[in-house]
Design a protein around this ligand. Structure first.
Ligand code: GLU
Length: 473
């Protein structure tokens, strides 16, 4: 493992992990894995009002689901900002002792009044530096930034980005209540965690000059910066809840496989020629920052669905059988004990299902006998003659030697010939009786999977129900 490359993912735990955050995590993880570096997970919980334990748990769970394993981070101690207050304090003291920071006792009311004046003039508020040379010994601690000149960020994605110091001010490092501010913590953490590359959303780009000036005041070398463009909704505004589901958990609960999600997220802003489908190994091999685009990527739900279907098809059915169990339970069905049997049922369903939820819906009849039959088809097929045929089918299926798809098809062909019927009509009658609908995987495979007793029972139940309805007509 090369310790030279160290990246981090530092979520603020104030909700679920969203696709934007997940993509940032993935890019960092891929960058670390590509270079044999270290992926650090840090919890930015200094904002105690907004941070919750449930959010931390939910974010870690989403990362585990995506299989983005971290080399350093919780549960090891020292990776939550609230555990690092001593480190921030020591750095603040150093800046103060070196004259790079100073105390300010301007009251919130005074600052507010100045902010309002600036607003009225249509200017951005910048602190007046009133306390710069007053030699105060308490208050809020501010960073003394060079009044003139500019700071240029050499961004690996955007190229050089220049910020004039006239746009910046002596920002607060530590509030008067002793709480370190967000930007200060990020700098101290990135330095002390020896982060080599800061890869984050470009909504943080405006924080970067402030952070760079703080690195410089502390006398630390800068990391590389790469600001990844935001994910956009179809209307090209920043992706938000307005555009529908955006949390990783929502896609997991919709039955998208994690490999499909990872594949999709990787392509949100990064490309490798025109390749769309990637295994995790390919992503690790090909990922680079050079091919991250500088403009926002549009979230395309249809493409995610397409990849979801692709990865369902690619995944061995035995593996899908395990993955689908929670979805079976959630649909109110009893999960079968025999996973090999479930895998064989999945074999018949996986070509068409876009998500695991859809697969459960399409395959519900495997786990539960129908209690209703599609009314239109029932009117058409459960005629007196049709019901007689169901009786005959039940009898013959009870007696047939081998109950596998091949023998069943043979038997149906015989019966069709005997009765002067089309195979497809008998098959459709059977399908309606045993599945309750008119669309299902190949019917002989379905019957073989249901087994003799279940199949015969369902044929008889449909016949009985058809009689009752027929009599009521
Ligand atoms: N905690 C920040 C966030 O969740 C990330 C800060 C950073 O990457 O520097 O948006």
């Amino acid at each position: 493992m090369s310790d030279a490359i160290r990246v981090r993912f530092p979520p603020s735990p104030s909700g679920h992990l969203h696709v934007g955050g997940a993509r940032t995590a993935l890019f960092n993880w891929l960058f670390a894995r590509h270079h044999g570096g270290v992926f650090v997970l840090r919890i930015e919980d200094t904002d105690r009002d907004r941070s919750t334990e449930e959010s931390i748990e939910s974010i870690l769970e989403a990362l585990r689901w995506l299989d983005l394993d971290w080399d350093e981070g919780p549960p090891a101690p020292g990776y939550r900002q609230t555990e690092r207050l001593e480190i921030y304090r020591a750095h603040a003291e150093r800046l103060l002792a070196q004259g790079r920071a100073y105390y300010c006792d301007c009251s919130p009311a005074e600052l507010d009044a100045q902010r309002q004046v600036a607003q009225r003039r249509g200017e951005t508020f910048r602190y007046s530096r009133r306390c710069r040379d007053r030699g105060l010994t308490q208050g809020a601690l501010r960073l003394r930034i060079p009044a003139e000149g500019e700071t240029v960020i050499q961004d690996l994605i955007h190229g050089p980005v220049t910020f004039d110091h006239s746009q910046l001010d002596d920002w607060i490092l530590v509030r008067s209540d002793g709480g370190p501010t967000y930007n200060f913590c990020v700098v101290v953490d990135d330095v002390t965690m020896r982060i080599s590359h800061v890869i984050r959303g470009d909504d943080h780009l405006s924080n970067t000059p402030k952070q760079v000036l703080c690195y410089q005041a502390l006398g630390y070398a800068l990391p590389e910066f790469a600001h990844v463009p935001m994910i956009l909704g179809p209307d090209r505004s920043r992706l938000s809840k307005r555009h529908g589901a955006t949390s990783v958990q929502a896609f997991r609960d919709a039955g998208v496989l994690p490999q499909a999600m990872v594949n999709y997220l990787a392509r949100l802003g990064w490309s490798h020629g025109d390749q769309e489908v990637f295994t995790r190994e390919e992503l690790i091999e090909y990922f680079d920052l050079k091919h991250v685009g500088a403009s926002g990527a549009v979230f395309d739900a249809a493409k995610l669905e397409w990849l979801s279907q692709h990865w369902i098809k690619q995944t061995p059915s035995r593996q899908l059988a395990e993955a689908i169990l929670p979805f079976v339970e959630r649909a109110g069905l009893r999960p079968p004990g025999d996973l090999d049997w479930l895998a064989r049922a999945i074999d018949t369903l996986k070509e068409r299902a876009k998500t695991l939820v859809e697969m459960v819906e399409r395959g519900r009849f495997y786990l539960e006998a129908p209690r209703t039959w599609e009314p239109r088809a029932a009117r058409e097929l459960f005629t007196p003659a049709g019901l007689d045929r169901l009786g005959l089918l039940a009898e013959r299926l009870e007696a047939v030697g081998e109950f596998d798809a091949e023998h069943l098809e043979g038997l149906y062909r015989e019966l069709a010939a005997e009765g002067g019927l089309k195979l497809v009509d008998l098959a459709q009658l059977t399908r309606l009786a045993v599945t309750g609908g008119t669309a299902s995987p190949p019917i002989f495979q379905v019957l073989a999977l249901l087994g003799r007793t279940e199949t015969v029972g369902r044929l008889r139940a449909a016949r009985a129900a058809g009689r009752v309805h027929g009599a009521a007509r």
